[in-house]
Ligand binder design. Structure first.
Ligand code: HEC
Length: 226
């Protein structure tokens, strides 16, 4: 090698190293420099279509997924994020089991929770049960129903919080289930609001011992023929 070249070797190497290390510091909105694209399978991998047949493994000649599909079923028992399944049956026995499991709502009656409950009640319950819980909501009037829930003498004033939670979760007869519209936490907060309403209307706090076994009057206990 020529003498002058030898002298240049280090500066050239240094310049090369600088170029390589600074390659990553390009504008972030643009794709980075491709290094050795012929071995870059990750950069040029082909995406499988969700509903098309599974691609074939080039080496084995078999579909990537044994069942030949791309979209796979979730494993048995999978639940959506934030979804908590209820394990109470949809009948009076289930309502009593809920009453026993939850004599009191597992949610603190803080001003925030009560405000949220008041919002939920106004949104979902008022059309039938009215803002004061008198049962004279617009829908109820048209349908000829009268189910007061906000008073001392209402059944709801005698039942445990868990019983009411079950009612709102599963519905009963003409009362629809609110499980798909109100999440569990909000259902409990609505019950907190309902309790506050009952007390405003002169109800004594629920007696936990009596509420544990308080059941529906015979007529209302008949399960809906669905
Ligand atoms: C579409 C109208 C409607 C809406 C909305 C509704 N309910 Fe009801 N509710 C009813 C009917 C009808 C009954 C009587 C069910 C029966 O016959 O078993 C009832 C019964 C009840 C009872 C039991 C009353 C009793 O004495 O048997 C409670 C407690 C209750 N509802 C709470 C609620 C809450 C809380 C909400 C809001 C999340 C709500 N309801 C929304 C129609 C409704």
């Amino acid at each position: 090698m020529h003498k002058a070249m030898k002298g240049l070797r280090f500066p050239l190497l240094a310049l090369g190293a600088l170029l390589v290390t600074s390659a990553g510091c390009t504008v972030e909105r643009e794709p980075n420099m491709e290094f050795a694209p012929w071995i870059n399978h990750m950069m040029f991998s082909s995406a499988a279509e969700s509903f098309a047949p599974s691609p074939v493994n080039a080496k084995t000649g078999k579909p990537v997924f044994a069942n030949g599909r791309v979209n796979q079923l979730p494993p048995a028992g999978t639940i959506p994020r934030d979804f908590v399944p209820l394990h109470f049956s949809n009948d009076e026995a289930g309502r009593l089991a809920a009453a026993a499991a939850f004599p009191k709502a597992p949610v603190e009656a803080s001003p925030e929770n009560l405000a949220r409950g008041a919002w939920g009640f106004a949104t979902f319950c008022v059309p039938c049960h009215a803002a004061d819980g008198s049962g004279a909501g617009l829908v109820a009037k048209k349908a000829g129903w009268n189910f007061p829930i906000g008073y001392t003498d209402s059944n709801a004033g005698k039942w445990a919080d868990g019983y009411l939670f079950h009612l709102v979760s599963y519905g009963r007869n003409n009362m629809p289930s609110y499980a798909s519209q109100i999440n569990q936490l909000d259902r409990w907060k609505i019950i907190l609001h309902l309790r506050a309403l009952q007390q405003q209307n002169g109800a004594a706090p629920v007696d936990p011992a009596a509420a544990a076994t308080a059941t529906a009057p015979a007529a209302a206990a008949t399960p809906a023929a669905k």
